[in-house]
Design a protein around this ligand. Sequence first.
Ligand code: NAD
Ligand code: NAG
Length: 336
Amino acid sequence: MPFQSNSSDAKSIKIVVVGAGSVGVTTAYALLLDRLAADIVLIDVDKNRAQGEAMDLSHAAHFAQARVRVGDYEDCAHAAAVVITAGVNQKPGQTRLDLVKTNYALFKEVVPRVAHHAPDTILVVATNPVDVLTHAALQLSGFPVERVIGSGTAMDTTRFRHELGRHFGVNPRNVHAVILGEHGDSQLPAWSLASISGMRLRDYCEAAGVEYDEAALEGCARRTKEAAYEIIRRKGKTNYGVASVLVSILQPIVTDSDAIMTVSRVGAYGGVEDVALSMPCKLNRSGAYQDVPLRLSESEQQALRQSALSIKEVLDSLEDQPCVLEDQQYSLRAEL
Ligand SMILES: NC(=O)c1ccc[n+]([C@@H]2O[C@H](COP(=O)([O-])OP(=O)(O)OC[C@H]3O[C@@H](n4cnc5c(N)ncnc54)[C@H](O)[C@@H]3O)[C@@H](O)[C@H]2O)c1
Ligand SMILES: *[C@@H]1O[C@H](CO)[C@@H](O)[C@H](O)[C@H]1NC(C)=O
């Protein structure tokens, strides 16, 4: 994104990244290159390493005219957004849901502190399992639902468009297609909504004289779902894709641009209440809104319900431990 009309606003914009590991620092670097914020703060339990990262990033920041520094939770005050990337990540063969206990315990420590110092900020959660932790972050912060956003299937949607673009030989920008539901194994491709150049896929194939190859298209969805496993098997983690997705979520928040993206938010889906998963949301300065109309097919609605149920099952398995948040007792499953 080139330096643009928001450049004057960027002067006062602060973005905090909690967790200066691989995803956190790659995100900070992508933020710098996009010139989205003037002040980037890294918070990590490993202060020494975070300091090293901040120093290194500062030398890149010199050209981007932003400041990168290590901070503490007080520094979350007045942040436009706080991105949470702290936590353990998948080992080869592990699912995202395997991480839940460790990262939920970490969220109990981190989220109330962020919320205390930055009661008006927007939380953007990347830590996995991202849907479960988006739900936890809502409960632990006490924020309104639109201000707790999980990166969700924004990553999968990007991968899916990339796969379809390759299959059809068109730029992914010109492919409109979304992955909904869990950022994980129960996600679903919304085939009924997919389009190229304003035409549904079947119409596009017919008009272009190419075969609507169902097996090949299923292959695109399968590679989308398995991409993270494949990358982790080869290099042990993922960082570049998710970092640029996080920046593309922060961008409409900071610039108040009403972009529609598939991000995770707590809501009711397919008759399953109080669960977070991804649907198209409108993003602006006040957060993520589900006022984007969506007409799914019958089988897609069923798949969405299944996805919601599988996330709900993990939420229910978390022990119902109360936590103290500014003199009030909240429990994970309490209705807010
Ligand atoms: N949503 C996505 O699309 C996506 C993609 C990739 C990774 N992830 C997730 O992001 C998380 C981080 O992955 P990573 O590869 O950067 O891991 P990493 O190990 O490189 O970094 C994690 C960082 O968190 C810090 N940390 C641990 N406990 C903390 C605490 N209490 N407070 C502050 N910081 C703390 C660690 O010191 C470390 O620097 C994982 O949960 C991973 O699964 C999500
Ligand atoms: C963001 O969008 C929502 C829903 O459409 C709207 O209610 C809200 O006022 C918008 N916020 C801003 C700052 O424009």
